[in-house]
Design a protein around this ligand. Structure first.
Ligand code: SF4
Ligand code: SF4
Length: 456
């Protein structure tokens, strides 16, 4: 099927036709808030998709420009009264774009008007130049295929980063970084302090209270290597609540990044590998702790709906997938009793809130911690600009979205910023540096674990 045919499918058209052009989604859209351009709004992007499906425009130029600038945050889905499944529309549009690129249509450089505007600093002021686009495409492809599905490689990369941080090379790098592409500066700023105490995946972690059941833990790829402390806290909190935690060895990257870049075939291959890795009948739940991964895992049934060998298995898999806060809110058999005296704000992960409709559960867990004062942001549901690897692919727009989030956080003035997704967590680390905030970034489970430890 050609990339244009992909957009001409009856199902895609049906989903497009659900949009009644009311515009109620516009205030929820971060790129529209910043650019104030119809084409950078959900309604405008849907109009572009329809024009492409009708063959009135190609998949280059404006189509690529405005679809690429979409964060995929799905805030428009939550705001939409008509039930438009924007996330699925975007997936198909991205797959169409990826197909066009594969066919050598030189989509990247076929938009001279937009490119010239970006080079001149005119237009929206946030369009990456061609050189930056090429670099980000290389980073994207390398990361997707050669790093994310390979746990051992990512752990080695983390060891390298640990050494880099230990040798104090950060200070030297910061002197030269301003002359390097913004994507590299962002990447350096996002790096958390590396902790090499990776979780031991070779044996189950036993329950530390009367046993309630067995759960399987989806470790994530970046999370496992670069945020080992979050994974340790997740396992520990599950153990403290009576769960034996298993780590199926053949699990791999969830596929979120592959899907967002339009590589549906590779995303399906990763989904099949994960489904085969997790025997659903052995566990009460397949727990994950990253909003983006969870949303991708819960989409396997849709992704493999036409695969006769995997469709039913995908549905059984999805039925068992739980975000850690979704699971714990119903299974916090031993609530923490230790105090954490802190002013805390919670930054919603878009894929947790809009993708999985989970916003109450993490807040309920935070409120269950003695001493925690939970302060809501004015717009807790607005994207932080991370959006997977968007902040590396579209760093200018990502920084503008982040700055709006930082202004909101500054008003709340928290000592601890809580995030529940790998990308948001690292974006907040970058944001704390960028905004000069006096705050620590933690995951919900890290704060819970701190409370358990304080009781001890
Ligand atoms: S996914 Fe987010 S950035 Fe994209 S159109 Fe919807 S609200 Fe806007
Ligand atoms: S996506 Fe939904 S909210 Fe936005 S214009 Fe279409 S129908 Fe209205």
């Amino acid at each position: 099927m050609s990339h244009i045919d992909l957009l001409n499918q009856p199902d895609f058209r049906r989903k497009l036709d659900q949009c009644i052009h009311c515009g109620l989604c516009l205030p929820a859209c971060p790129t529209y808030s910043i650019n104030q351009l119809e084409m950078d709004s959900p309604r405008g992007r849907i109009a572009l998709m329809r024009a492409a499906a009708d063959g009135r425009i190609g998949l280059d130029g404006a189509f690529q420009e405005h679809i690429d600038l979409c964060l995929g945050c799905r805030a428009c889905e939550t705001a939409c009264p008509s039930g438009v499944q924007y996330g699925l529309l975007l997936e198909t549009a991205k797959a169409g774009l990826a197909g066009a690129k594969e066919k050598g249509r030189r989509v990247t450089t076929a938009a001279p008007r937009a490119t010239a505007a970006a080079d001149n600093g005119a237009g929206h002021g946030s369009r990456p130049a061609p050189r930056a686009l090429r670099l980000s495409n290389v980073i994207q492809q390398f990361g997707l295929r050669e790093l994310m599905p390979h746990r051992a490689r990512l752990r080695w990369l983390a060891r390298g980063l640990w050494l880099y941080q230990r040798l104090g090379l950060t200070r030297i790098a910061r002197r030269v970084l301003p002359s390097l592409p913004l994507a590299l500066t962002t990447m350096e700023g996002m790096a958390p302090p590396i902790d090499l105490d990776f979780i031991d995946l070779t044996r189950p972690a036993p329950a530390l209270a009367p046993q309630r059941g067995k759960v399987a833990f989806f470790t994530g790829c970046v999370q496992d290597a670069f945020l080992a402390g979050v994974n340790r806290a997740t396992v520990r909190v599950l153990q403290r609540n009576g769960y034996e935690v298993h780590f199926p060895a053949a699990q791999t990257c969830c596929n979120a990044a592959a899907l967002h870049s339009g590589d549906t075939t590779f995303a399906q291959a990763l989904a099949r590998q994960n489904i085969a890795a997790f025997p659903t009948d052995k566990f009460v739940a397949i727990v994950n702790n990253a909003g983006g991964c969870g949303a991708a895992l819960k989409g396997y049934d849709h992704l493999l709906a036409d695969d006769p060998a995997y469709a039913a298995r995908a549905r059984a898999f999805v039925a068992k997938v739980k975000d850690i806060s979704e699971f714990l809110v119903d299974h916090l058999h031993n609530p923490p009793t230790g105090y954490v005296q802190a002013r805390v704000t919670y930054v919603d992960s878009c894929h947790l809130r809009h993708g999985q409709k989970i916003s109450r559960q993490p807040r309920a867990l935070l409120r269950a911690i003695p001493g925690v004062e939970l302060v809501e942001l004015a717009q807790p549901d607005m994207c932080c600009g991370s959006a997977g690897i968007y902040n590396l692919l579209q760093p200018e727009m990502a920084n503008q979205v982040l700055d709006a989030k930082l202004a909101d956080i500054r008003v709340a003035n928290p000592g601890i910023i809580v995030a529940a997704n790998t990308g948001c967590y690292m974006q907040m680390i970058y944001g704390v540096k960028r905004g000069g905030l006096d705050a620590t970034v933690l995951h919900v489970v890290e704060l819970l674990e701190r409370a358990y430890a304080n009781a001890a």
